[in-house]
Design a protein around this ligand. Structure first.
Ligand SMILES: Cc1ncc(COP(=O)(O)O)c(C=O)c1O
Length: 362
């Protein structure tokens, strides 16, 4: 971590120990952005129209959530009290920590996964129990089960308060099957299990209806990916009403802004746009997987809008050379060896441009 000059005011130990998140660099707008799994065509035009109709009065009033919550709840087929709106899933992770995790408590993750799980756990001063995906990028189901069972025989703080599962997982693109999720939910009776379905629109697999069966289940969705609203920051958390009610006690009064609410309403009304974009991405993902294999990479079959590719020692040079051609992809160095790139699947035209560029470089 870069050495920084500290203020004279004492800073929390957890903050001083944090490894900074590798956030996207600035100035990405005109480039082909295949590095953060965003929508590459932008949101529905209906969203832009709805935003342009916003009034000065709407801007002046603090956000009101009831009407949008009702509408979105109907869209997701849950009751309004089973849903809570957040400032992106990131904010939901923060809220989970603020509500359930004290300094010194344990949090369970299987890595590599979405970096923000570890970030918010460490920020809360939690002890991170990190299990690992195997060389085939399979989720360590048996180890997770062992960990939550072992823990439930012990008392106190060794019981993981929260287990994070991204499904599909970022960056591996792999899925944990429902049968395994069920085993975990049953075994982890004293652990809150967050199943993060940020990429649901590309996997088609959800356990959202299970919130009625498992009081320890939280499901998260976002408007940042297929809906193309990453800039507006809107996430949805789903769980039994008792869980969400206690989380609301720890929540700021206005976590989501009115523009995000207006955009979300317009977005779900244009379901055709969402379906069409998701379909395009699935075609593009197949093209990307085949193309990468043809170019010599090892890939891991993906259920999300990105593909993890192992280019071995070429990866670093490739990422830099693509950047010079205006194409951004993400180098992942967290596999305890080098060579991995995570590449988003946008449209088929995006994928063709990327594959052509890789071919030229190699
Ligand atoms: C698994 C996963 N969850 C959540 C997010 C972030 O979602 P949001 O933009 O709603 O904060 C990402 C973003 O890359 C992700 O990969």
């Amino acid at each position: 971590m870069k050495k920084m000059k500290l203020p004279k005011i004492p800073v929390r130990r957890a903050v001083l120990a944090l490894a900074p998140y590798d956030a996207p660099e600035e100035g990405r707008a005109a480039k082909l952005r295949l590095d953060f799994n965003e929508n590459t065509v932008g949101c529905s035009p209906a969203v832009l129209r709805a935003l342009s109709r916003m009034t000065a009065e709407q801007m002046a009033i603090y956000p009101e959530y009831q009407a949008t919550t009702k509408l979105l709840a109907r869209f997701f087929r849950v009751r309004p009290e089973e849903m809570h709106l957040t400032n992106g899933i990131d904010d939901a992770l923060h809220l989970i920590m603020d509500t359930f995790v004290d300094d010194g408590d344990s949090v369970l993750v299987a890595e590599p996964t979405f970096d923000m799980y570890r970030f918010f756990a460490e920020l809360a001063g939690a002890r991170v129990i990190a299990l690992h995906y195997d060389a085939e990028m399979k989720f360590p189901v048996a180890n997770v089960l062992r960990e939550v069972r072992k823990s439930s025989r012990q008392s106190s703080r060794r019981i993981p308060r929260v287990l994070f599962i991204a499904n599909p997982n970022n960056p591996t693109g792999t899925l944990v099957q429902p049968v395994d999720l069920r085993r975990i939910l049953r075994a982890a009776s004293r652990t809150l299990v967050l199943v993060d379905e940020a990429y649901f629109d590309f996997s088609g697999l959800t356990i959202l209806p299970w919130i009625r069966q498992y009081p320890n289940l939280l499901v998260a969705r976002t408007f940042s990916k297929s809906a193309g609203l990453a800039a507006l920051r809107l996430g949805c958390l789903f769980a039994k009403p008792e869980i969400l009610a206690v989380m609301r006690r720890a929540c700021t009064p206005y976590p989501v802004n009115t523009a995000a609410l207006v955009a979300a309403e317009a977005s779900i009304r244009d379901a055709r746009f969402l379906r069409k974009y998701a379909r395009e991405v699935l075609h593009s993902r197949t093209l990307l997987e085949k193309g990468l294999v043809r170019l010599g990479a090892r890939i891991y079959p993906s259920h999300a809008n990105f593909v993890l590719a192992d280019f071995g020692p070429e990866a670093h040079r490739l990422v830099r050379a693509l950047e010079r051609k205006g194409i951004l992809v993400r180098e992942r160095k967290d596999f305890r060896r080098i060579g991995f790139m995570r590449i988003s699947a946008g449209t088929r035209a995006d994928t063709r441009r990327l594959l052509r560029a890789i071919e030229e470089i190699l």
